[in-house]
Design a protein around this ligand. Structure first.
Ligand code: ZN
Length: 175
C-alpha cells in the first residue's frame, strides 16, 4: 500500500479516455489499495486511476474519507445503468487544487462495475454519491468538471489553469 502523487490538470492522462481493465488481477487490487490510501491522505471522497497517472478504468469512492472503511466503493470498469434528474452543485477535484465549479449532474445514478474480486456490483447513488460517481466516471472518460462548465466559465478557468500548469505551481491560493 502506498500514497501516490496526484497528477494535476494539463497532464495528458487526465484528458484522455482510460483503457478497459481486461481482468481484475493482483496488480489491479494493489492499484485499488494505493488509490484508497491516496484518496484518504489527500483527503478526498473519490479518486480515479488516471489521477495517479494510471490510464485504467478504476475508481474508488468513500464519502466518509476513510473514516468508515466499510463505506469504501471500489469499481473496475464502471458504467452507467441509468441516470435521472438534474442538479447543479459546487464541486472540486484533487487534480485541480484550489478551484471549484458547479457543473450540472444527475440527481440519481445506477452504476455497475466489477469489485476487487472480479464479481459484478451494482450501486445506486443520490445527491453527493451520484455526483461522486459521475465525477469519477468522467475522469476515466478523460473529462474534468471544468469541461462541463458553461463555455464562458470554462474559458476563464482554463486560462488560469494553463498558467498554473505551465509554472507547475498548484500550492498557493488561486488568483
Ligand atoms: Zn476529480
Amino acid at each position: 500500500m502506498a500514497i501516490r502523487p496526484i497528477v494535476k490538470w494539463g497532464e495528458g492522462v487526465l484528458h484522455t479516455p482510460s483503457a478497459i481493465v481486461p481482468a481484475v488481477t493482483d496488480e489491479i487490487r494493489t492499484l485499488l489499495d494505493d488509490m484508497n490510501d491516496t484518496m484518504i491522505a489527500a483527503p478526498g471522497i473519490g479518486l480515479a486511476a488516471p489521477q495517479i497517472g494510471v490510464g485504467l478504468r478504476v475508481i474508488v469512492i468513500n464519502l466518509t474519507v476513510g473514516e468508515d472503511p466499510k463505506q469504501l466503493i471500489e469499481l473496475v470498469n464502471p458504467e452507467y445503468i441509468s441516470r435521472e434528474g438534474e442538479v447543479k452543485e459546487e464541486e472540486g477535484c484533487l487534480s485541480i487544487p484550489g478551484y471549484a465549479g458547479s457543473p450540472v449532474r444527475p440527481r440519481f445514478v445506477r452504476v455497475k462495475g466489477l469489485g476487487r474480486d472480479g464479481v459484478e456490483r451494482v450501486y445506486e447513488g443520490e445527491g453527493l454519491l451520484a455526483r461522486a460517481f459521475c465525477h469519477e466516471i468522467d475522469h476515466i472518460d478523460g473529462k474534468l468538471f471544468v469541461d462541463r462548465l458553461t463555455p464562458l466559465k470554462r474559458d476563464l478557468m482554463v486560462r488560469k489553469l494553463r498558467k498554473r500548469a505551465k509554472a507547475n505551481d498548484w500550492d498557493d491560493s488561486p488568483s
